[in-house]
Unconditional design. Structure first.
Length: 497
């Protein structure tokens, strides 16, 4: 009996990643699709992409021979020119197998290998006529040069405006002043399971390809792609090379950026994942505002899932929502009146099923707009208003480089606070001193110190402030004993230095 292994595969063709585009279509009285295509999404007075206002959609399954014979061709004709190929290349230095061999270097000198060019191929979507393109970060990560090829065969150089590894999104800008075909970003919150979608991309480098399917599921989390956990799942065929492509709805709007698949062999088996358009819009707006990285807003609370046991203890009928674990002092969450033990069950009118859904709502909520959350407290539902803050609004702690002759020299440290803890994805109540960077070949690197380590104790002294660590690091002792917290575990080490 053979065992079958399923894996989550990123889908940028030459790097093994897949892209998908999904389109949702409807029919008018004349039986054609063209009349249902929306105009391209416009911008508001600030130049940011706006969420389109849509009328209620009457959904029904096809019936009769006339419905079955309908074609997606008008929809593909309208949207496919905005889907592009993205070519990324980088120069890497190749290490010779004889490097460091004293016998070889004595007779032949230090071996030099010519650098090699590493390339990857993926897809992208023009979301603005000025040449703004959205793709996946893994398509262009570490690239020295990024070129874009349009469906009509024209090629252009592009610059990277913004890239975010955690969300696996990147925003490019074609270096040209001409107008390009573009497709608007739709409102992914209007999606329902069963909606028709199209995926457009360049699988395996064979050329632009369109596949069709439905929305199989919404708000998929923990799929092993990134720390983002609110994916659209579709059965439209997505294969390597489709990464960064568009998932199109029947209005002719992008409702997702295809990112990954679950696969036995690297090809499609009907389980693909796309990043919702509302998340994409937030990243594009950040890029258009001049930001080089997408910064999550600061709310100042951490959450746990509501288990069946917790739901029963709180008198809830179903285990849904996000349980408040901690609230940071003087944070938007505290000013809103949120308390540990509250259960957030809705935000801005949208139900919250789990903490990943709440994080998605917070990240995509405009910073300059007030929001509202519904919380369950003592058996009653309360509505609390809040305003988010930028992480960069407060003064970040300045990193301090440790010196001296001790084992910690070469490490840059800082005091932990809730904002820094959120950036580093640590519990908000963590206190102490954290390692931000470690200089290569420094004493700190030689003892195995890593960025993200929290220094708890050195030679029996509790490290509760940067100043304390600075004094301890200058000690001239030969014997050292210290404890660091790494990934939730306490590691202790003794050494002579």
């Amino acid at each position: 009996m053979r065992s079958v292994f399923l894996s989550v595969v990123l889908v940028a063709s030459l790097t093994g990643t897949v892209l998908t585009a999904s389109v949702h279509a409807q029919q008018d009285d004349s039986g054609t699709l063209r009349g249902f295509l929306s105009d391209l999404l416009g911008t508001d007075e600030n130049g940011t992409l706006a969420v389109p206002q849509q009328d209620a959609v009457e959904r029904r399954v096809p019936f009769g021979q006339s419905d079955i014979q309908l074609s997606f061709a008008p929809l593909v004709e309208e949207t496919s020119p905005a889907v592009v190929n993205v070519y990324a290349s980088s120069t890497v230095q190749v290490r010779s197998p004889f490097m460091g061999d004293p016998f070889f270097e004595q007779f032949f000198g230090r071996p030099q290998m010519p650098p090699r060019v590493r390339s990857s191929l993926g897809s992208g979507v023009l979301v603005d006529p000025s040449g703004v393109i959205v793709t996946n970060n893994h398509v262009i990560s570490d690239a020295d040069e990024v070129k874009v090829a349009l469906a009509d065969g024209r090629e252009f150089e592009s610059e990277i405006l913004l890239k975010d590894k955690a969300l696996d999104l990147a925003v490019l800008k074609i270096t040209s002043d001409e107008a390009f075909p573009a497709v608007g970003l739709g409102d992914s919150d209007n999606l329902e399971v069963g909606d028709l979608v199209l995926a457009i991309g360049n699988p395996f480098g064979v050329g632009q390809t369109t596949t069709s399917g439905i929305v199989s599921a919404l708000a998929r989390s923990h799929v092993g792609v990134s720390d983002f956990g609110f994916f659209i799942q579709t059965d439209a065929a997505i294969n390597p090379g489709n990464s960064g492509g568009a998932l199109i709805d029947m209005r002719g709007q992008v409702i997702g950026i295809n990112t990954a698949i679950v696969s036995r062999s690297g090809g499609s088996i009907g389980i693909g994942f796309a990043i919702p358009a509302n998340m994409v819009r937030a990243v594009v707006n950040a890029a258009l505002s001049g930001a080089e990285t997408f910064e999550r807003p600061f709310f100042g609370a951490s959450f746990d899932p509501v288990t069946a046991q917790i739901a029963e203890a709180l008198g809830m009928q179903r285990p849904v929502g996000a349980l408040v674990r901690e609230v940071a002092p003087d944070s938007p969450a505290e000013r809103a009146g949120l308390r540990p033990g509250d259960v957030v069950v809705a935000m801005d009118g949208a139900d919250i099923q789990h903490p990943d859904a709440l994080e998605y709502r917070l990240v995509t909520h405009p910073l300059d707009e007030k929001g509202a959350i519904d919380v369950l407290r003592d058996g009653q539902t309360l509505e609390l208003g809040f305003e988010l803050e930028r992480l960069s609004d407060a003064d970040a702690p300045d990193p301090v480089l440790l010196d001296g002759r001790g084992p910690f020299a070469g490490a840059s440290i800082a005091a932990l606070d809730p904002r820094l803890a959120q950036r580093l994805k640590l519990p908000l109540n963590r206190k102490g001193v954290i390692v931000l960077e470690v200089e290569p070949r420094s004493p700190a690197a030689s003892i195995g110190l890593r960025p993200g380590d929290i220094i708890r104790e050195v030679n029996g002294i509790e490290i509760d402030a940067v100043e304390t660590m600075q004094v301890v690091a200058r000690d001239t002792s030969r014997r050292w004993a210290f404890a660091v917290e790494r990934d939730g575990r306490i590691l202790r080490q003794r050494l002579r230095f």
